[in-house]
Ligand binder design. Structure first.
Ligand code: AMP
Length: 139
């Protein structure tokens, strides 16, 4: 069963499309957190960022890079929060990679990306060194 976003790409479900090219696609979020809230997706379905092939990842970033100023300018925003919910535990509901571009306005009452974490961990120097080494060895 194709994801709801694939159905949008295929024109089976209506959406306010703001950009499309060979590999990427963008449209307004149906439940906007702010005017201009836009979703940028790869045309093909990949569940998580880590599933996206290198070439498509490059295209996806190019489209995000192009749309951030377009979205901000269109709604006269002061800034934007640009983020992926990458996996169910992070709040991803639609299993088709999508980048949220959420316009932000001075005094809009929203929080920074730091607000997404629950309880923050109290990590010692050794634990931090260990985690950094684990990541570095996989990067
Ligand atoms: P996430 O929680 O990161 O998976 O976000 C999914 C987003 O998709 C939510 O912000 C929804 O409002 C949005 N959404 C769901 N269905 C549609 C649709 N048919 N058209 C546009 N946006 C949608």
């Amino acid at each position: 069963m194709p994801t709801i976003f694939s159905q949008i790409v295929d024109g089976e479900i209506p959406a306010r499309v703001v950009y499309e090219d060979e590999t990427t696609f963008a449209f307004l979020d149906a439940n906007p957190l702010a005017p201009g809230h836009t979703l940028v997706i790869p045309r093909e379905e990949y569940e998580r960022l880590n599933d996206v092939p290198d070439e498509v990842a490059t295209d996806l970033y190019e489209t995000i890079h192009r749309l951030v100023p377009a979205v901000e300018d269109a709604v006269d925003a002061d800034a934007s929060t640009v983020a992926f919910n990458n996996g169910e535990a992070a709040g991803q509901e639609v299993p088709h990679v999508h980048c949220h571009i959420v316009p932000r306005f001075d005094g809009d009452g929203g929080g920074p990306i730091h607000a997404v974490a629950g309880e923050t961990p109290d990590l010692g120097e050794d634990e931090l060194d260990g985690i950094a080494a684990e990541i570095e060895s996989r990067a």
